[in-house]
Write a protein that binds this ligand. Structure first.
Ligand code: M6R
Length: 595
């Protein structure tokens, strides 16, 4: 959520095109406004507004911006409505500092009152502006820049990263507290960004910052210092080999569709990694010995936890408690001790709700393991060990390939825990590819009638329940229709009253659950509703459902996983048909680093 990028060059040059491209690479994080600032000599050129990068950049002619330093920011509103004044970057009272942040300064309201009382000029409600004033107030008192930042860091509560520059200077400064920040070193320039993908086209030489670190960027070098005592920190740069393909659409119209189609391949990669991972045995052993086992995540990652809990119980006879991360603290924390373990699941590894639960659990002595996609993220550094999801970058806001690899990982762990060989799982990648190919035309044919509705249900049972919940989340997230996911047998206990002629109800049907699902289907169809089954070819489903989206033949545990693929496709095509951009759904952000 929000994204910052800054660049320092040797001398004044056109920076607008670089800032526009960097901003575009940050868009996947989610945003509502865009800004850019360049600095050269005693001049700051600041342009910003609400809207998409392309629109704002065109309207304000970012392409013509020149400078020796530049900053761009994409804002996802928390403090202050999306508006031009709240868009970032922000300047200080006199207009000789300019800065931007990502993250959340939780004491923003109190700080703004202090700044106003101190006579500083506060122009917006936004917490990014508070970061600028927090530095300004100490510069005004005569502190040098590093000390002013150190003191500001103490005043700014919350999790954020911040970049700031001053006129008549040749440096940018950035600091990190809880949000990602990566420095890039190039030929004749240095740069800094919220995340690695936005740096990749510029350089492969990077330095990862840690919390409590300040970086000063000159065109030729960078210097790291500790916020605590201002001492220099020595850190070698690293050369990253990440592929650029991940941040390009590769011929697909949207990242989401590309990522849906990458699922078979990344499933193969995660299975390969798990086969060779010494950490798998360690996690299984810990699950075996623990008193209680919790699977903890949010959103899509929580749905994977639910699937994991079904697999562990069904296959390995191990009861596990799946829990939404923010509910873990009020509900379970008092019951947790050192005999328990938690598996914290997160694509980004930066979700604040998950990190809060992790910290609280570790304080109670729980051993924490991670399941994350972004290696080097806070989660991966804070857990005893983390299994990587091996998905590469997932750019689209709706999670797809990271979900299926979370589920594949849980399935693999459950098989191993049960003492089964994992050979059967090697069929998953081919089955996923087959499912996508087989179901795509069936799904596309159903888009027009389903898209007439703004309410629908997505039901599942046993191992398909988590898939139904995930399908419903995808549909809500990018089509903006209301779609409720629930246990199929619960539908008759109330929601059935919503059914009228043509009302769509999706049923994810496991091969062993067909009789029960058929009952649910008939409760819908006899009231005129449209029951759309997703399952393997079966005469009972064929005879009773209004439509059958056919999955390839597979064992029940794998079949459940396959059921989510047509739901991903359905949500994608419905969103596109409605004219929405599935990659950047309104109001949402890829990484939620706020409470
Ligand atoms: O990075 P995480 O897996 O921790 O993110 C958790 C949720 O915010 C995330 O899964 C969200 O629900 C997705 N956008 C859904 O597609």
């Amino acid at each position: 959520m929000c994204g910052i990028f800054g660049i320092v060059t040797k001398e004044e040059q056109p920076l607008g095109p670089i800032l526009i491209e960097a901003a575009k690479r940050l868009t996947y994080r989610g945003y509502d406004s865009v800004g850019a600032a360049t600095l050269s000599g005693s001049r700051i050129d600041l342009r910003k507004d609400v809207g998409r990068v392309e629109e704002v950049a065109k309207k304000y002619d970012f392409a013509t911006m020149t400078g020796q330093r530049g900053i761009t920011q994409l804002r996802w509103a928390t403090f202050g409505v999306p508006s031009q004044v709240n868009a970032q970057p922000h300047i200080d009272s006199d207009g000789d500092l300019v800065g931007a942040h990502n993250g959340n300064v939780v004491n923003n309201v109190e700080l703004r009152q202090q700044f106003i009382a101190e006579g500083l000029t506060v122009r917006s409600q936004n917490d990014g502006e508070s970061c600028v004033h927090a530095v300004e107030r100490y510069l005004n008192k005569g502190y040098d820049f590093i000390d002013a930042i150190r003191l500001a860091y103490g005043d700014l509560q919350g999790d954020y990263a911040f970049v700031i520059g001053r006129v008549d200077d040749d440096r940018l400064y950035a600091f990190k507290k809880g949000s990602g920040l990566v420095v890039g070193l190039g030929e004749g320039f240095t740069c800094v960004s919220s995340d690695l993908p936005s740096l990749l086209p510029l350089t492969r030489e990077i330095v990862r910052l840690q919390d409590g670190e300040i970086v000063t960027l000159w065109a030729e070098r960078v210097e790291l210092r500790s916020v605590k005592d201002g001492a220099r920190i020595a850190r070698e740069s690293e050369t990253v080999s990440e592929s650029m393909d991940a941040v390009q659409k590769g011929g697909y119209p949207h990242f989401m569709l590309k990522e849906i189609h990458e699922q078979a391949q990344v499933a193969g990669e995660v299975l390969h990694m798990l086969d060779g991972s010494p950490e798998v045995g360690r996690v299984i052993e810990a699950v075996r010995e623990a008193r209680h086992v919790y699977f903890i995540g949010c959103g899509t990652s929580y749905h994977a936890c639910l699937a994991g809990a079904v697999y562990f119980a069904q296959l390995a006879g191990r009861a596990v408690i799946p829990v939404l991360a923010p509910q873990f603290i009020p509900q379970y924390l008092p019951a947790v001790n050192h005999e328990d373990i938690g598996l914290f699941v997160s694509q980004s590894g930066e979700t604040k709700d998950v990190l809060n639960a992790l910290q609280a659990a570790e304080e109670r002595g729980m051993t924490a393991f991670g399941l994350a996609n972004v290696i080097g993220s806070t989660l991966t550094r804070a857990t005893a060990c983390t299994l990587p999801l091996c998905c590469g970058y997932e750019i689209s806001v709706p999670a797809t390939k990271t979900f299926t690899n979370q589920v594949v990982t849980f399935l693999y762990l459950a098989y191993r825990m049960a003492g089964h060989g994992t050979k059967e799982l090697a069929a998953i990648p081919a089955l996923m590819a087959q499912t996508l190919e087989l179901t795509a035309p069936q799904v596309e044919a159903l888009v027009p009638p389903i898209n007439e509705w703004n309410d629908l249900y997505c039901l599942g049972y046993g191992a398909t329940l988590p898939m139904a919940l995930e399908g419903a989340l995808k549909l809500k997230e990018i089509t903006y229709a209301h779609c409720e996911g629930m246990l199929s047998t619960e539908f008759k206990h109330g929601p059935l009253s919503a059914v009228t002629a043509g009302f769509p109800v999706l049923f994810a049907a496991g091969p062993g659950d067909v009789p029960l699902i058929v009952s649910g289907i008939n409760e819908v169809t006899c009231r005129g509703g449209r029951a759309i089954a997703i399952g393997q070819e079966d005469a009972r489903l064929r005879a009773n459902a209004s439509d059958l989206i056919t999955l390839p033949a597979a064992p029940a545990d794998i079949s459940a996983l396959l059921a989510v693929l047509p739901l991903q496709l359905l949500s994608y095509h419905m969103a596109v048909a409605r004219g929405y951009d599935p990659d950047f759904p309104r109001n949402l952000s890829k990484t939620l680093t706020v409470d």
